[in-house]
Design a protein around this ligand. Structure first.
Ligand code: ZN
Length: 318
């Protein structure tokens, strides 16, 4: 995710007290560029930390340590992490993210916007802790953003449009009595679909009952066996990193989807790289910096150890 820096005069440099939540807004109209102009206009008296356009483009309007002007007045709000934002102090404790949208409950948010927002949230959470997601209307009673066509509940629950599964999909058909990581994949997916299960890898009576109920309500044969058809139904609406993890060690000069996997994961760690699949100087610098900060050998080569570090903690529990 490439972030362009367009710092607003409407911010207080270094005066965010502490990031405790991420507050989402819609722009209520305009284009990516016209909204940047609005934030750069000192007479508008508004700013935010990030603006996301319809094509997924992203601008940094205030630095993370700055106090931006987006929350306005609001009530005291107790967050899911227990922190209470005091009345009228949303700007002191929240990152503000705006998405370009008409805000009329009809204008659709784009997949490109979701992908950028998801990456941005994951990146902020990796750096600042598991920040809860709130929207402007949760804080300020007079506000309507985010509107009815934004999947706010998914963001509150998963921190993203779609949840990410931390378990590998099993190749085999799963059945009652099994006990392995593939069953965890199954239990995770059933949990996301609303079934209440312990993710322990044991395909016992509760898991079997959930599978049968899921099959029954999805037009599948109710046999309690988890084969390709049931797996595909379970996967509907669940996202993952859009690129495949490379099998080989990759370094400077490499090209292809394996490099995109590296760039996507580096971006989650806060680096601003284009996911263009070209392992150029910027990707090399980011890889070396990541290795240095992760206690790895700083050789700029992304092999199994660096890949494992890139993947560590990137999935958030439900
Ligand atoms: Zn707002």
């Amino acid at each position: 995710m490439k972030i362009e820096t367009r710092l607003s005069p409407n911010r207080q440099i270094g005066e965010l007290k502490s990031p405790k939540a991420i507050m989402l807004h819609h722009t209520g109209g305009g284009t990516y560029q016209s909204n940047i102009n609005h934030f750069l206009n000192a007479t508008s008296h508004v700013s935010c930390h990030y603006l996301i356009g319809k094509n997924g483009e992203c601008a940094r309007i205030a630095n993370d340590e700055d106090r931006a002007w987006h929350a306005g007045t609001g009530r005291a709000l107790t967050l899911s992490n227990g922190f209470v934002i005091p009345e009228n102090m949303g700007n002191d404790y929240c990152f503000g993210i705006f998405l370009v949208n008409a805000g009329d409950n009809r204008d659709p948010y784009t997949m490109a916007q979701y992908l950028t927002l998801d990456t941005l949230i994951a990146s902020l959470r990796l750096r600042y802790g598991a920040l809860p997601i709130i929207d402007h209307k949760m804080y300020s009673s007079g506000k309507i953003d985010m509107g009815a066509n934004f999947p706010l509940s998914n963001y509150i629950r998963y921190g993203r449009r779609y949840p990410l599964c931390p378990y590998a999909e099993p190749a085999a058909t799963l059945r009652s009595g099994m006990n392995d990581a593939g069953v965890k994949w199954l239990q995770w997916h059933l949990s996301v679909k609303g079934y209440s299960l312990v993710i322990d890898g044991i395909f016992g009576p509760n898991t079997l009952a959930a599978v049968r109920a899921f099959q029954g309500s999805n037009g599948l044969v109710v046999d309690g066996l988890v084969g390709p058809l049931t797996k595909n139904k379970l996967k509907e609406g669940i996202a993952k990193c859009p690129y495949s993890e490379p099998a080989n060690t990759l370094g400077s000069g490499a090209k292809g989807s394996g490099v995109q996997w590296i760039q996507w994961h580096l971006n989650l760690r806060g680096y601003d790289l284009a996911t263009d699949g070209v392992f150029g100087p910027l990707t090399l610098a980011a890889a070396r910096d990541f290795q240095s900060k992760s206690g790895l050998t700083v050789d700029g080569l992304v092999g199994p150890l660096t890949r494992n570090k890139l993947k560590a903690d990137m999935y958030f529990s439900l």
